[in-house]
Write a protein that binds this ligand. Sequence first.
Ligand SMILES: [Zn+2]
Length: 115
Amino acid sequence: MSIALKGPYRLTADGIKGAIQTSRKGVFALGHQDFDGRFRIAHVGRSDADLQIALRDLIGTSAMFKYLETPSDRASFEAHCELYHKFKPPGNHLHPDRPKGTNWTCPRCLALRNR
Ligand SMILES: [Zn+2]
């Protein structure tokens, strides 16, 4: 799976509001642009309810964000796992957890297989 994140946008109240419509679920990456203009990912996450609210809670932790709306909780979970494995973000110490009430497993590893 290759994930085309949109952005980057500024991780500010206005930046979030301008980029995302309300009540969209999805995944996001926080980070900054380096001197070459490359987006450096510090942290990846997802919201199974509302990306705007999840990102507003993270204002101040990074300068910029990228995001992708996803069509389902399962798509969000799998995209979160893909981003985690692809970028190994320094801000993510733990493997993404599955949504409560599911037994979904990571498409990339066995981390959740026996839980
Ligand atoms: Zn995994």
